[in-house]
Structures are given as structure tokens and as C-alpha cells.
Design a binder for this molecule. Structure first.
Ligand code: TXA
Ligand code: MG
Length: 324
């Protein structure tokens, strides 16, 4: 069974315990500001293989490698000037940059799925301090079974991976609640590989250039390993609902009621005040709560597409996609 260790009361002790397991090649679930991650030493192929095994990943996708800070990242990947500028401004934070790996980096090819690039992120908070103490990169996908909903609390992690995992560090609910935004600079242009917790508008405001969405605004974004069906609850998902069928779960937005909601199994509002940040933080937890209501279908009212709404709508489309 998984031990949930309340890590905020004695953080130094919690970090020591996590490092002891990581050094033995065992994955540990750690809090980040985006979602809880299933972390393992990115230089140890056995440890990385255990991540794929625990998640039941259908194939080897490249994993994001977490670093303590920019100098540590510089030891493993090669920065172009624009990527370095993004790193200086947005790290630590919910942004991943895909960059060429240095030949001298010990990051194992299994973590990169054989690519000659690495997705690198510097998380804030306890994960950042753990990485500084460890002084080596951690590969960490979201700490959930492949295809399921990403965990935003330690309890979510334990409920999902409890049989296989030794330790979860608990630092409370994830502040942002959506995975990082993944960017890749190519020929001086910034490409969006996955919308996420960093608002693309902030990137555009900083650089004065438009971020390139490969499939046009609103389309699902493809990065290696991003399956169309993903983030799926057990219940079916119905998008753009304008009314609720009896017995459905309803997840609405902005305090707006829908006809029929009095007969819904449960009614949840991502943000009664219409705040997209709050909606992002609540999204995955509310999907789990809607599942627990036992409803066979979850109706989602429309969520605006601007700001973090882009990432929220990306996750909703994946949750609603035909399952494999
Ligand atoms: O917020 C997050 O990013 C969370 C927390 C735990 O930090 N982590 C996360 O990691 O979502 P992960 O491993 O599930 O993200 C993997 C995705 C891949 O499916 C792919 O889309 C992209 O990151 N990726 C990783 N390395 C890449 C690379 N070299 N080239 C292109 N995409 C890459
Ligand atoms: Mg995931």
C-alpha cells in the first residue's frame, strides 16, 4: 500500500525519505504546482521502466524531465536564445521546453523515447527543493494510470496507484491543476505542443510574436504520446451541453444553470464567478467527483476558449474522444 506522507510539517525529512527511495530506483509520487507527478531518476533505465509499468502506458512516450533550475538544465540540454529567455521568465513554473539533448547528458534514452530532444521543466515549490537536494533530473509524468484523469491531490494518487507505489509526498491540492504548457522553438518560431497551465497569451506578450498552433486555434494539439482519448473519466462525456438529461452529472461554468439540472445526479460548477484559473484547478477533481456520483454520463456546459480555457477545452475534447 502507498504511504501518504504529509510533507509540509517536516519538509526536510520528507525530502530525505523520497531521495532514499529514488536512489534505490523506485518511483515516488511528488507534488508539483500543475499535477502530482510519478517521479523517477531520469538517468536510471530500471527506474524509468517502473514508471511505464506502474502507469500501464501502452507504449514508451517521451517523459518530461524535471530540473532544479536553469543552470542544471543547461548541463543536460542546449538552449537557443529565445528558449533561454522563456526559461528565465517562466521558470520555475508550469512550462516545459523541448530542447536538444547534450551528448554528455546522462538522461537515459528510455526517458526520451529515443528522441534526441528532451522535454524540460523546472517546477516550483517542494518539487523544486527536492530536485535541488537530489541534484539530478527526475522524469515525471502525471501520477495516474495511463489514459485516466491526472491527480491533483495525494489521495487521488493513492486511490489510483495504491497497490504499486510506496510513497506519495502530500503538499495539499495542486495550485494550478492542469499539466504544463509544452513549447518548442524551431527556426525562431515558438510552437505550442500542448496547451497547459501557462497561458499562451503571456508568452506572446513577452516575446511580441504569435505562438504557432500546428493545427489551427481550437484543434487538438499533437505531441508525441498525446493520445486523442485521454484524461477520460469512467462515465461517458458529453460536451457543449445546453440542458441536462435525468441522472446525468453536470459540470457547468460561470454560475449559469442549465435546464434539467434539478434532476442531475450531481451539479458542480468549475468556477461560479467565471474565473478560468479557478476552473483549471477544479477540472480534474470535479471529473473524479462526477464519476463517484455513479452517473453514466457527464454533461459539460461550454467553457470559454481564451486564456487557460484553451487548455481546459483541449482536455475536455480528449476526455470526450472515442475510447480505445
Ligand atoms: O505538468 C506537467 O508537465 C506534469 C507534471 C508532473 O510535471 N508532467 C507531465 O509529464 O505531464 P508527461 O511525461 O506526462 O508529459 C509527457 C508529454 C509527452 O506525451 C509529449 O507530449 C511531451 O510531454 N514530450 C516530452 N518529451 C518530448 C519531446 N522530446 N518532444 C516532444 N514532446 C515531448
Ligand atoms: Mg498524464
Amino acid at each position: 500500500m502507498t504511504r501518504i506522507l504529509e510533507a509540509r510539517s517536516d519538509e526536510a525529512m520528507a525530502i530525505r525519505e523520497a531521495i532514499a527511495l529514488l536512489a534505490r530506483g523506485l518511483p515516488v509520487a511528488i507534488p508539483t504546482e500543475t499535477v502530482y507527478g510519478l517521479a523517477a531518476d531520469a538517468t536510471n533505465p530500471d527506474a524509468i521502466a517502473r514508471i511505464y509499468e506502474m502507469k500501464g502506458r501502452p507504449r514508451f512516450n517521451p517523459l518530461i524531465c524535471h530540473m532544479a533550475d536553469l543552470p542544471m538544465a543547461e548541463r543536460h540540454v542546449i538552449f537557443d536564445p529565445l528558449s533561454r529567455r522563456l526559461a528565465e521568465v517562466f521558470w520555475p513554473g508550469p512550462m516545459t521546453l523541448v530542447l536538444p539533448v547534450r551528448e554528455t547528458s546522462p538522461i537515459h534514452p528510455l526517458a526520451r523515447a529515443g528522441l534526441d530532444t528532451v522535454g524540460v521543466r523546472v517546477p516550483s515549490g517542494m518539487a523544486g527543493r527536492l530536485l535541488a537536494a537530489l541534484d539530478r533530473p527526475l522524469a515525471a509524468p502525471s501520477a495516474n494510470t495511463s489514459g485516466g484523469i491526472s491527480p491533483t491531490t495525494a489521495a487521488h494518487v493513492a486511490a489510483d496507484l495504491g497497490k504499486k507505489l510506496e510513497l506519495v509526498l502530500d503538499a495539499g491540492p495542486a495550485r494550478i491543476g492542469l499539466e504544463s504548457t509544452i513549447l518548442k522553438v524551431e527556426n525562431g518560431a515558438i510552437r505550442l505542443l500542448r496547451p497547459g497551465g501557462l497561458d499562451v497569451a503571456d508568452v506572446e506578450a513577452l516575446t511580441g510574436t504569435l505562438v504557432v498552433r500546428p493545427h489551427g486555434a481550437g484543434a487538438a494539439i499533437e505531441a508525441p504520446g498525446m493520445l486523442a482519448s485521454h484524461y477520460a473519466p469512467a462515465a461517458g462525456v458529453r460536451l457543449d451541453a445546453t440542458s441536462v438529461f435525468p441522472g446525468e452529472a453536470l459540470i457547468r461554468f460561470g454560475g449559469r444553470s442549465l435546464p434539467g439540472e434539478e434532476r442531475a445526479a450531481i451539479v458542480l460548477d468549475l468556477s461560479p464567478t467565471g474565473d478560468l484559473r479557478e476552473a483549471a484547478a477544479n477540472l480534474f477533481g470535479y471529473m473524479k467527483e462526477a464519476d463517484r456520483s455513479g452517473a453514466a454520463s457527464i454533461a459539460f456546459a461550454p467553457v470559454p476558449v481564451h486564456g487557460l480555457g484553451e487548455a481546459i477545452n483541449d482536455r475536455l475534447r480528449r476526455a470526450a474522444a472515442p475510447r480505445e
